[in-house]
Design a protein around this ligand. Structure first.
Ligand code: NCD
Length: 322
């Protein structure tokens, strides 16, 4: 099998064929999710624990549904209620949970790198559901699946990622994935929110929407991540909308069949005009949510296969299966 990972911590460590393996399997799960009976047995008997140290609506619901549709026992832990110091809490919680023998641990944490650290302390498969401004791999994968289905391919596309790039783990994971797949990426936003250093990663950087959106196939809008800003990055949200908010005039510069994406939650009238977001001919925002469940099913299925294989190999090594 081409998917060799023990965990899904980021896009950075994934090979091209591993990304394709997840997307190919996710395509099959899209069909299952559209059927009346939405059950498969890939995770039967396994325990999935969702640990969200940050608020989340769609990502947590999506992981929960994905696990349940594949037959796992799913438990949600509301970690944001805990006020204990983060470093300590994380390791302690990890060890406590580990003693309950989970098989899949889905973790969202406000600190970059926290999920990687946790993965080193437990002996189950860990999925990163977003760590600080570092990575959000399942978001990039569901975006990739949405693009691939809408455009019929996932290479040689012109893709604009617009807005608050600096604070966005969604942008980071998407840049990594879309680069691996050989697309041209443009980053558009005010210089305070688009670090010039990104230019060195092979992205083209623009601070003007009209110029940046010219002839693109995909327009990906991002939320202003105010919770991660420790100062004023924009003069006002009104001014921001005027210059960088996606409306019909600005979108007219993209290709006539360009699709509009947003990971949610959306701030209508700040980074995107509500009419564009709701335009079923342009916006694929609802498809993104649908693809999210399928991609998470695929990722957990593939990780569970590797987990079972590793456990089997361990038992053989100990002579337990003889
Ligand atoms: C994103 C996140 O949490 O990083 N949302 C999501 O997962 N759907 C983006 C955001 O919060 O703006």
């Amino acid at each position: 099998m081409s998917f060799r990972q023990k965990h899904l911590l980021g896009i950075e460590t994934l090979a091209r064929n591993e990304i394709s393996a997840i997307l190919d399997l996710a395509d099959k799960y899209v069909d299952l999710n559209r059927a009346d009976v939405k059950h498969a047995d890939a995770l039967n008997g396994l325990t999935q624990i969702n640990m969200f140290f940050e608020n989340s609506t769609r990502t947590q619901a999506s992981f929960e549904l994905a696990g349940k549709r594949l037959g796992a026992d799913v438990m949600n832990m509301a970690m944001q209620a805990s006020s204990i110091k983060k470093g300590e809490t994380l390791i302690d919680t990890a060890l406590t949970l580990n003693a309950m023998h989970p098989d899949l641990l889905v973790v969202r944490h406000p600190q970059s790198g926290a999920v990687d650290l946790l993965a080193q302390k437990v002996n189950c498969a860990v999925l990163n559901a977003g760590d600080g401004r570092h990575e959000h791999p399942t978001q990039a994968l569901l975006d990739a699946l949405t693009i691939r289905r809408a455009k019929g391919r996932l290479h040689r596309l012109n893709i604009a990622i617009c807005g608050d790039i600096a604070h966005s783990r969604v942008a980071r994971s998407n840049i990594l994935l879309l680069h691996k797949m050989e697309n041209r990426i443009r980053l558009i936003g005010p210089p305070t929110l688009v670090p010039a250093a990104f230019g060195e990663f092979g992205c083209e950087v623009y601070d003007d929407m009209t110029e940046g959106l010219k002839d693109v196939d995909v327009v990906m809008m991002l939320r202003l991540q105010k919770e991660r800003m420790d100062g004023a990055f924009i003069p006002s949200t009104r001014e921001y909308y005027h210059r960088f908010g996606l409306d019909a005039d600005k979108l007219a510069h993209a290709k006539s069949d360009a699709i509009v994406m947003h990971p949610g939650p959306m701030n209508r009238g700040v980074e995107i005009d509500g009419t564009i977001a709701d335009d079923i001919n342009r916006s694929v925002i609802q498809e993104q949510v649908e693809m999210g469940v399928a991609v998470r099913m695929a990722a957990m299925d593939l990780l569970a296969r590797n987990l079972r294989a590793a456990r089997f190999a361990e038992r053989v090594g100990k002579g337990e299966t003889a």
